[in-house]
Design a protein around this ligand. Sequence first.
Ligand SMILES: *[C@@H]1O[C@H](CO)[C@@H](O)[C@H](O)[C@H]1NC(C)=O
Ligand SMILES: *[C@@H]1O[C@H](CO)[C@@H](O)[C@H](O)[C@H]1NC(C)=O
Ligand SMILES: *[C@@H]1O[C@H](CO)[C@@H](O)[C@H](O)[C@H]1NC(C)=O
Ligand SMILES: *[C@@H]1O[C@H](CO)[C@@H](O)[C@H](O)[C@H]1NC(C)=O
Ligand SMILES: *[C@@H]1O[C@H](CO)[C@@H](O)[C@H](O)[C@H]1NC(C)=O
Length: 477
Amino acid sequence: MLPSVVVLLMLLSSTCGEDPAIQLILTNKALSYGKAQAKDWIQQNLEHAHFPDISGNIDIGLGSVDYALTGITITKCDLPEPSVEFYPDITGFKTSIYGLSIALTGGWSTHYGLIHDSGSFDMAVLDVNVISAVELGKDPDGHLSVSSISCDAQVGDVDVQFHGGASWIFQPFVDFFKERISDEIQKRICPSVEEMIVKLESHLQAMNVSFDVNQVLSLDLHLTSLPVVASTSLNLGLKGEFYNIKTHSEPPFKLKSFTLPEQQGYMVSVGLSEFTLNSASYGYYSAGLLQADINDSMIPPYCPVHLNTTSVGRYIPQLPKLFPGLPMSLKVYAREVPVFSFQSDVVKLGLQGAVKAFAIQPNGTQTPLFTLNVDSDFSGKIWISDGRLKGSVKMDNVTLKLAASEVGTFSIDAMEKDVRLGVPVVVSLKVNKILDEGFVLPKIKQAQLVNSVLKVEEGFMAVFSDVELFLTDEGLN
Ligand SMILES: *[C@@H]1O[C@H](CO)[C@@H](O)[C@H](O)[C@H]1NC(C)=O
Ligand SMILES: *[C@@H]1O[C@H](CO)[C@@H](O)[C@H](O)[C@H]1NC(C)=O
Ligand SMILES: *[C@@H]1O[C@H](CO)[C@@H](O)[C@H](O)[C@H]1NC(C)=O
Ligand SMILES: *[C@@H]1O[C@H](CO)[C@@H](O)[C@H](O)[C@H]1NC(C)=O
Ligand SMILES: *[C@@H]1O[C@H](CO)[C@@H](O)[C@H](O)[C@H]1NC(C)=O
């Protein structure tokens, strides 16, 4: 069950003294869920488990009998609810199972001098206790690491029934055998627990702590510091920065550190700083992607102004005289990195953009006409409902300024007035329609967020959520 708890951490998702831009808290509720899931998983998997052969020899006074128990399979397993706790003393977890009982079946064979004999057996291994402590850490690359700190296993009792061959001869020696077999089993429990932990550790090491999100951005999720384990929670700090894959340059702004509140009513809390979102914004901006070419076919039909010199002439009287009856195109681009700011229940976005207008000559040449600086402020709300991330946006302000003109000066007052009326219409008809439909929350093969709540706070947003796991063999092996 211990690995599954750590897998839960891996699924939610990877240098010293850095502040984390993404924080993750796992609560006791997650441990309870994790151990119940793991119990079912272990129960199912034990039934298909490969049990190692047991062999040895027993001195029966008249020489020694070599014995081997082979082809051992589990026929029944009674797994009590394990206990899994955060263990602050070692920055890790402590797992205890008390009273595990397993019924096994298999074949036996003995060699006593030249006498060879064989048959089958049924065995019950009763009252097995296993207590294991695992430490969490961070490797130099920022991977989460796990290591076994201690393991203690005890087998309460073993009962064996031999069938076939001359089994009646050595059934009386079972009491003799018992302790030996019990020791053999006991000796094997902790190494196999440790083997599982080593396997898990190698999975963690193989995991990428930086992912390409798309062709432009990568997301760095390495641990920024050692995991912090308290009696009721595990806290992980992740780098949480998007980078432009080509330049990998740092944005011109810094992360403001924040404290993610713990919500014991939910399995996980995830805190995402505004820095994370702004680093993505910077990544797109520095890749030169925050620009678009607009021509008249993209202007919605209900718009009273169209992209031709006649229509735009209502704002610039000299335009239709200089360039009569020509279609126009616009190049729209961000002058600065668009910056998001998270405030209590509100997300604000400041856009400093520019629009460069061109007349399209009959031979296709684009003749520059003028450039406007367009600064706008938006504010929006975001929330999670029906498992989807939804939102709404409104424009708070927009100002236009003539930055350059190849057609002489003109007043932008009328244009600014129309933009102030027009943008909110486009926002409500286009943007808010998409935001209202929402986006499905990120889901991976082995886990899904359920009962999620999103809250925007000063400088960060917090998602409190439960998690549904789909444990498979692939998930843990
Ligand atoms: C890790 O990243 C590398 C390079 O980006 C990629 O080739 C590899 O498939 C990734 N591995 C996993 C397990 O995602
Ligand atoms: C407008 O732009 C689109 C996409 O770039 C293009 O397919 C279309 O032909 C253009 N229309 C005109 C009238 O230039
Ligand atoms: C210019 O746009 C107006 C709409 O504002 C339209 O009626 C007119 O046909 C367009 N002229 C050309 C030359 O495309
Ligand atoms: C296209 O037409 C414009 C205006 O008539 C002219 O100034 C320009 O030289 C022409 N360009 C080409 C490549 O023919
Ligand atoms: C809009 O922005 C301009 C320029 O920044 C400012 O003077 C004006 O007060 C703002 N209007 C509102 C309603 O915020």
